[in-house]
Design a protein around this ligand. Sequence first.
Ligand SMILES: Nc1ncnc2c1ncn2[C@@H]1O[C@H](COP(=O)(O)OP(=O)(O)OP(=O)(O)O)[C@@H](O)[C@H]1O
Ligand SMILES: [Mg+2]
Length: 319
Amino acid sequence: MTWRIFTGDGRSDPTGRAWEALPEPPPWRWREVAITRFVISDGLRDAVNAALHLRRPLLLTGAPGSGKSTLVSLVAAELGLGEPLNWHITSRTTLIDGLFQYDALGRLHASQSAAGADGDDAARVEDYVTLGPLGTALASRLKPRAVLIDEIDKSDFDLPGDLLNVLEEGEFDVPPLVRDARGARRRDGEAVVHEVRGSDRATYTVEGGVVRRTHWPVIVMTSNGARTFPPPFLRRCVRFEMPTPQQGFLTSVVDGYIDNVKGKDRKKIEEFAQRLLAGEQLAIDQLLNYLYLVSKENVTDATTRERLERTLLEELSGQ
Ligand SMILES: Nc1ncnc2c1ncn2[C@@H]1O[C@H](COP(=O)(O)OP(=O)(O)OP(=O)(O)O)[C@@H](O)[C@H]1O
Ligand SMILES: [Mg+2]
C-alpha cells in the first residue's frame, strides 16, 4: 500500500470511505502516550522536585518543542493530581479569566424569562459562576491540582504581578457570590459552583463568596523566552531553562517512539544534533515527524525522502 492516501487528482472515492485508509496517528500525538515516553533530564527532574517542595510555580523557558507544555501532564499523572488544568495565555488574558467567569447577561435573561415569583430561584447567582483553571485549583479541597499556565510570555504586562498576588494570598473573592452571600436569600452563605472544564465538571463549595486554598496547586508556567519578567516575579518561581538536546538524548526520544530507525536514518539524529549545536532553531518533534515517516516500509525512494526532509526538517525561522 502506498503512503500517498491523497493523490491530488481531485476524484473522490465512490464509497466515500477513503479516509479509512488513514493509519493510526503517531504515538507522540496522544498525550497519554507522550507522558509515558517522556525523556527527562536530571536538571529538569530536580527543578520539578524543588518546585514541589517549595510550593513555588515552576517557570520553564526554552525552545519550541522542548517539552515545556508536556511536562505538567507527567507530574500530574505521577502524583495522582488528576487531569492538569490548562490556562492558555494570550495578550488579552486577565487574571480574572483564570479565576472565574460570571455570566451576568445569561442570568439576567433567565430571571426575566422565568415567570413571576420564581424568577429569583431560576437565576441563582452560583449557577452563572464557573471557576477558571487557577480558580479550580485553589478551590480544590480533596487534593492539590496541577495547573499549566501556558505561554505566559504572551501576556499583558500586568498579569505576572497580578498572578503573584493571588498565589501569595491563596484566596480570591468572587464579587457576585460575595454580594449574594451578604443578601438575605442565602443565609448559609454557601454557593456551589462548577469548574469551566473538567472530566466530570466537578463542583466546589464556596463560602461567603471567597475561594480559599486548601492545597497549594502544582503550577507549571511556560515561556518561549521572548520576554523578561520583573525580578519580584522571578524570585517567587523556580526557573528552569530547557537545555539544547544532545545526540544521546535525541536518540532516547526517537527510540521511545519509533521502532525501526536504521542506518542512514540513524545518521539523521547526529546531523540534527549538530544543527542544534550550531544554533539552528529546530524542535524535537520535527525529527520525530521525519523519522516516523521515512521508517515506514513504504516510503523508500530517495526523492521522496529528500522532499520530506526539506519539508519537515526546515529551520523554524518564522516564515
Ligand atoms: N524530552 C522529551 N521526551 C519525549 N518527547 C518529547 C520531549 N520533549 C518534547 N517531546 C515531544 O515534542 C512535542 C512537543 O512538546 P511540547 O508541546 O511539550 O513542547 P513545548 O516546549 O511546549 O513547545 P512550544 O514552545 O512550541 O509550545 C511533544 O509531542 C512531546 O511529546
Ligand atoms: Mg507549549
